[in-house]
Design a protein around this ligand. Sequence first.
Ligand code: URA
Length: 195
Amino acid sequence: MQYTWNDIEQHVSACTHCPLCRTRQRPVMGRGSHRASIMLIAEAPGGQEDRQGVPFVGSSGEILDRLLGDCGLKREELYITNIIKCHPPGNRDPKEEEKEACFPYLKYETFLLKPGIIVCLGRVAAQRIISPDFKITRQHGTWICRKNCALTATFHPSAVLRDPSKYETVKKDFLGIAEKLRSLNTDKPIDIVGK
Ligand code: URA
């Protein structure tokens, strides 16, 4: 059976696959265009996202919007999601078992979207999606190709909040993403994020 976007959303909203279901206020399903070529994958919803049930509505979202605007990209052209769909208390890193419990949702999102470009925002997403030994400081802005999809990573917008001098570095990475979008081949791949 082939799940629809609606099916995934229903499953996420009722999910009890890990203990975060007891502390979350609202699960945060990915948002954006279901026809987008670019999928942004971040780590986990923050406190504001937990209250609203929408990704990147807090202060990290403001940085993200500024980066997108500076690079001529619009949120409506993207699909934005997280490795885990529920807020970890105190914004701690997601645990291994939480990431694994949530991974099928990301697989379905990727399968339905078939993005040509995946951008991991931050170390946690890059290490889960690109490679477990990905070094965000050394490897941000580099590209690999997997099953006809271009994958890259940059710093998480919250890293820019903590250290505003990183803004220009992340902006350069986003300019590379905008350029990649322009050069995109329109064949849509499947099964990109692996097991
Ligand atoms: N940080 C994330 O990693 N994801 C969000 O949705 C918001 C903040």
